[in-house]
Structure formats: C-alpha cells, structure tokens
Ligand binder design. Structure first.
Ligand code: F6R
Length: 366
C-alpha cells in the first residue's frame, strides 16, 4: 500500500507530479491558451461584481491560501485577504454580497473552516471551495467547488494536497484574469506553458533527495532553527517550518527576511541552521543581503535558489537549485525540498513520520 516507500509521506511526496497533472487535467483547453473551469458556475457578471476576496483555511491549507493571495492579486488585481479560519469566524469580518470567500480544505471536514464557510454564506457572500474530497461537508455546502485531484492523503503531514491547492489557485487566478481581462492572452498562455512543465521539474527536485537528506541529518541535531524568505518565499517558509515542527518536533520559526533585523536577529547564534529561500528574481539581492546578516552571526545557511542564480553559492554553506520557472510558480517547486527536509529530519530523530504525536489527520472539533 506504500508502493515500495517506507512511509505514506514519502509516497505522497513522490505522487506530486501526478497530482499536478491530474489537478490541471482537463482544465487547460486543447489550444493550451485558456483555462476551463466547467465546475465553477459563477458567471462573468458575478465575477465582475466581486470587489474583495477572503481566503479562509487552517494549517497547511492556510499556507496555500497565502500563496493564493499573491497569485490572485497579481493576476486579477482584486484585493485578497487570507485568514486562519478559527480567527476569521470570530472577528466579525466585513463580508458583503460582493465578497467571494474561498475556503481551502484537504479533508473538507475541518470544523473551523466549515464554520467560516457558514458565516460567509450567512452574510450573503458566494463561497468557492478548494478541496480534495468530493462529497465532503465543505464541498456540499459551498456554491462552487474546485476539486484538487491529489488522491487520498494518508500521512498526517500534508504534502501533495498542499501543492495541488497551489495548482488550483494558479488555475483560478488565470481564470479570473481571463474573465476580467486583467492579463493579455499571450501572458496567460505563457503561464499555462510554465505550469505544464512543473510536474517534470518536481521529478528533477526529487532526484536531489540525497543532498537534502544530508542537510536534514545536520538539522536534526539542533533544537532551533529559522526559515527565511521574502514575498512568496516567505509563505513557503511558513509551510516548511510547520512541516518540520510537525514531524521532527524541532522548533523553528519562519521569518520574512526583511523583518529579521527588527528583533529576531538576536537569536541567530553560532551554528544555528537557517533555511533561506531566494527564488524570487526581483527580491534576490534583498534576500542575499539578509542572508549575509545571518552568516555574519555564524549561522549555517542552506539556500534554495532558482537555476541561473547560483551567485547564492558564494553567500551560503549549502545550496539546492530548483529548475527555472516563472516567479509566480516557484512555490510549487521550492516547497518540495522543504517537505524532504522535514521527512528526513523526522526519520533521523526516529519519530513516527506518518503519525506525529498529538495530531489528527482531520480536525473535526473546534
Ligand atoms: C499540516 C496539516 C494541517 C492541515 C489542517 C487543515 O501538515 O496537515 O495543518 O492542513 O489541519 O486540514 P484540512 O486541509 O483538511 O482542512
């Protein structure tokens, strides 16, 4: 049942190329220039009336929502707020009939996410669900559903569900852009072409697992570490940090790289590992300068960068290169080494990788 892998988590990490392909599947038309979302019943007129989007979710799905915010704002120029469901539902959010609420949930059964969905509907918003389970509570109660075709996810630590949620956001962002006319056709086609390359690019990263394992074995000897990045790299850093904490029980913190000098830099001591994401071309120099700040304080830095930007090698102790893609799409690649890092660190510590202590796969209590 684990298809030759030692753990479900590793099997599911390796199923990502297929999950990407299945999630894009028939949603890209034959010409390769258009996204088709037949399941979304929202009309063009209704979409034109949307003046704000709220993305609501928990845990890893919330982290996918942080990427979703970046994607939708860049592609469709609609203001987006991403919120944790257990916060959103109690803070009396400003929801109107022109608000589109997107709930993200692998299981479709998370109590707080479901309650947030109901709160949104009570306030007259239209709700779109991104979920992995057809027929789940979230899927049944939402007005529209985009199913992520990741297949069943057994390991408690979410991997392929998260990345499939990213694919769903890319497709929905493009769909909005195409419907609202916020991006020209040539650019939309360029993004689609790049999305189609992601599965084989993930395969390439999986081929580098051994290099990540070495870093993980070193990380596993520490009790504290940091993940840093800017922009979408920061959102990926949050997910990498959660994954590591969840299964290795090593404390880590994700920091927006530019925020370090506003406090946390004091915690960087000799030898402390810092996982630095520098995949965003426009932010590369800025992130490198933050990396130099932590290096100067003795940190051991593992840097993840895009192909062609290997100047990073000069500033860090160890690097991993991800294949070249559009800046918008790097999260679908850069999270993979972080999943592997968490997996191997958990393994090195002798933990139960698939069933971390105190956690349940589906949180149906509030
Ligand atoms: C982390 C993890 C959790 C879930 C969260 C939401 O690896 O799996 O943080 O992402 O409990 O679950 P769903 O997506 O089922 O609503």
């Amino acid at each position: 049942e684990k298809a030759g892998f030692d753990h479900f988590m590793m099997k599911e990490i390796h199923e990502q190329p297929k999950a990407y392909r299945d999630t894009m599947g028939s949603r890209i038309d034959a010409s390769g220039r258009k996204v088709v979302l037949n399941e979304v019943k929202l009309t063009a007129e209704q979409l034109r009336d949307v003046n704000q989007i709220h993305i609501v979710a928990c845990g890893t799905a919330y982290h996918a929502g942080l990427i979703g915010k970046n994607v939708i704002e860049r592609l469709a120029r609609i203001p987006v707020e991403t919120d944790v469901a257990s916060e959103y539902r109690y803070r009396s959010p400003i929801i109107t009939k022109n608000t589109l609420v997107i709930v993200v949930s692998q299981s479709g059964e998370t109590a707080d996410t479901l309650a947030a969905l109901r709160e949104a509907k009570r306030n007259g918003a239209r709700v779109l669900a991104i979920t992995n389970v057809v027929g789940s509570s979230v899927a049944r109660e939402a007005d529209d559903v985009i199913v992520t075709w990741a297949g069943p996810e057994i390991a408690v630590a979410s991997t392929k569900a998260y990345t499939s949620q990213l694919i769903a956001f890319y497709l929905f962002g493009l769909y909005l852009a195409q419907t609202l006319g916020t991006q020209d056709e040539a650019y939309i086609a360029e993004v689609i072409d790049a999305i189609k390359l992601l599965p084989e690019q993930v395969e390439y990263i999986l081929g580098q697992a051994e290099a990540v394992k070495q870093v993980a074995e070193q990380v596993a000897t520490h009790e504290d570490l940091f993940f840093i990045g800017r922009g979408m790299d920061y959102a990926v850093a949050l997910e990498g940090s959660l994954k590591l904490k969840e299964i290795s029980y090593i404390h880590s913190e994700a920091y927006a790289a530019g925020e370090l000098k506003h406090g946390t830099l004091a915690l960087i001591e000799d030898g402390i590992p810092v996982i630095a994401l520098a995949t965003q071309h426009d932010l590369f120099e800025k992130t490198v300068s933050n990396i130099k700040e932590v290096k100067a304080r003795g940190a051991y830095v593992f840097g993840i960068h895009s192909a062609g930007e290997d100047e990073l090698k000069k500033s860090v102790d160890q690097t991993l290169e991800i294949p070249k893609t559009l800046p918008l799409l790097t999260p679908a690649l850069s999270v993979v080494p972080l999943q592997l890092l968490a997996y191997y660190a958990s393994l090195a510590r002798g933990n139960d990788v698939d069933k971390p202590r105190n956690l349940a796969k589906s949180v149906t209590v509030e």
